[in-house]
Write a protein that binds this ligand. Sequence first.
Ligand SMILES: [Zn+2]
Length: 418
Amino acid sequence: MLLHCAHARYVWNLAVEQHTHWKPGRRSAPGFAEQCRQLTEARRENEWLAAGNADVQQQALKDFAKAKNARFTSGFGEPTWRTKYVHEGFRVIGTDRVPEYGPDGSPKLNAKTGKQVMGRSVVVQKLNRRWARVKVPGCGWVRFRPSAKGKGAKLPAAKTFRVTYRNGQWHAAFAVIPEETPAPGTGEVVGIDRGVTITAALSDGRKLNCPQLTVKERAQIRKHERRAARASKGSEQKTAEYAKVARLKAREANRRKDWCEKTSTMLASSFDLIRFEKLNIQNMTRSAKGTVEQPGKNVRQKSGLNRSILAQGWGLLRQRTEHKAPGRVEDVPAPYTSLRCSACGWIEKKSRKSQADFVCVSCGFTCNADENAATNVAAGQGGIPRPRRSAGAGGVTTATGRSNAREPQPTWVGIPLF
Ligand SMILES: [Zn+2]
């Protein structure tokens, strides 16, 4: 499989080279069909390439063509170089021929011949509760552990899958369009307040926390980083120590992803409408360093916050929930959700006694601060009127371009909102 990775990377990088060295006035860079022809030629001349699997190499070209076509919309831009050890992977196309059906369930017919279109399907077999196997060309059956476990978990019916290798672990990702999670139909609305101390506080009082590395694991990371730093340059030990660090860090990312998957499924299956407070994560995590002339404030604090924000995977949770419950996820503007009393609507900075406690100065309502904020989010946009600038002016401030959460100005504090 490592050889497959090497071939796919080689072919991909050749394609990148063809497209980056193309200049106006020259013949246009070869497209997919032309590249396939060139690949056949290259396989005839290059023994190393010929020893590999033709399908794997051709799929690398197809991936490149797809990436090239989507360069304006994918968010990844122009396809770039693939590096050894970093971008290891290859795509496998299914070997089973299966009849294709349209979205309405009717057989897909070829416009010219009138025969049913035959598509490809990956051969996946379930071995037992934990293990399944898939056929990889040139390697035979390869065992893997499906990520969807438990009762009713189905094996993927995919046309292709992608095998990747990173940090000493192999992964197979099957390209399937997942089914939506059905709404419970109870009309229940939930508000979610994302924070640093509690990853996600729900308006029903539940507090969900994203698992992080344990103190012991963090100490291990530091230990291996220290050893790597002391190892001599270019030594085998240095590489080995850095590999250990990478594996531990990958463990954290895996836990975060797993938590986001489970939590988003839970949210999508138990609530009809899910409201998130609108965060501008990009702004919140932006570097606070500033420039030499204008050094930023609280650089250390902010970089610490940056790390914890990214570690919590806020963005991923919102994104995965939207995937599983399309049209049932809403964003509620964030200002004042943490300062407003969810019982009487009074906004006052003093109501927030500490990180955890909320005691309304107006009505005496007592609640956990995160739960209070989540209840405000659940009330939605209509539930949180924007505060007036001053009692005399009577004007309602309009939403400005700056949508990041800010504490209200002193003139607003303590003015009832109706
Ligand atoms: Zn109150």
